[in-house]
Write a protein that binds this ligand. Structure first.
Ligand SMILES: C[S@@+](CC[C@H](N)C(=O)[O-])C[C@H]1O[C@@H](n2cnc3c(N)ncnc32)[C@H](O)[C@@H]1O
Length: 309
């Protein structure tokens, strides 16, 4: 399996993953975005940059109820599948009918002069959204142009998170705020560990991802705070919190993990009998730990970091 392809979220397979993300995870991930909009005080800023925006449920919520009148919002993601879904979601929402809101996709997003876009007054428009394809590790914007930068659950997915931190620092004005969330401590994220645990309890081995870092590799709070300070941020605050979820259908978690590295590889190699064996054990363990008769939700811990340049 080429896990790098999947982790980069920017290939044909991602098309499939987008649907799973939208139907299973986005409704939970939105909690992380709300936390960021709140603790970063995103409502107060005029030049907001959000990276790794995904399919856009959170972005639509931000524009609808939080974004400041007169503000400009630059939203980007590396994955074509995600960007397509963002555009479609925006255009089919009520936001598209609001004449005071303008959405624009920036094609060929290289050397984007943010001030040019911001300063272009448009009569009757109160909130502007510019959407583009961009890698968090190398943003196309000029230096020191934003007063707020947000990144919900993508810093832990990029090839080198230090590149993303230094890009964030570069595009922010002095005194501006940056808000990040990443996956928390792996032992506090049982929605990630449950399926691998079931696989292992049946005596199977899961090969670790060798081409990419584990998505929970930034879960150490003090180590990550240090990376922010090294990138130049003057004030750094962080805390763990949970964005747990309660699934309506126990199979949703399996469906998501069956498509995610490294468990995808395991399921690809199962014959019918082995699959049945897995399913029986999965349902048993799921019901014992998180079924309707239990009081525990599936646990998803995130680490929130708020930093000032
Ligand atoms: C877990 S999703 C989070 C999406 C959205 N922020 C949310 O909370 O629903 C991670 C997102 O990061 C994007 N991503 C991963 N690596 C990236 C990179 N190097 N540059 C930009 N986006 C990236 C993925 O395409 C995906 O949309």
């Amino acid at each position: 399996m080429d896990t790098k392809k999947i982790c980069n979220r920017n290939d044909e397979e991602w098309g499939d993953f987008v649907t799973r993300y939208e139907t299973i995870l986005e409704n939970t991930a939105i909690q992380s975005s709300v936390i960021l909009y709140s603790v970063a005080n995103a409502k107060d800023y005029l030049r907001v940059c959000e990276v790794g925006v995904g399919c856009g449920l959170a972005a639509r919520m931000f524009v609808t109820g939080i974004m400041k009148k007169g503000a400009t919002y630059f939203a980007s993601d590396l994955a074509d599948g995600m960007n397509k879904s963002f555009t479609e979601g925006f255009k089919s929402s009520d936001l598209a009918l609001n004449p005071k809101i303008k959405y624009e996709w920036i094609e060929e997003a290289k050397d984007v002069d943010v001030s040019d876009y911001v300063e272009k007054e448009e009569r009757g428009i109160e909130r502007r959204i510019f959407h583009l394809k961009a890698n968090n590790e190398k943003l196309p914007y000029s230096d020191e142009v934003f007063d707020c930068y947000l990144s919900s659950l993508s810093l832990n997915l990029v090839d080198n998170h230090k590149n993303q931190l230094s890009e964030c620092f570069r595009v922010l004005q002095k005194g501006a705020v940056a808000g990040f969330t990443v996956l928390g401590r792996i032992e506090k994220c049982n929605y990630v560990t449950l399926v691998p645990e079931v696989i292992q309890s049946l005596g199977h081995e899961i090969k670790p991802i060798t081409t990419h870092k584990h998505p929970a590799h930034l879960g150490d709070r003090k180590a990550l705070e240090n990376d922010f300070r090294e990138a130049g941020f003057s004030s750094v605050k962080s805390y763990y919190t949970n964005i747990n979820f309660i699934l309506k259908d126990q199979l949703d978690l399996y469906k998501f993990m069956a498509d995610a590295p490294p468990t995808k590889h395991f399921f690809e190699n199962l014959d019918d009998e082995q699959m049945e064996e897995f399913m029986t054990e999965y349902k048993k363990q799921y019901n014992e730990r998180f079924g309707l008769e239990t009081s525990d939700p599936l646990e998803w811990e995130i680490l929130v970091v708020i930093a000032i340049k």
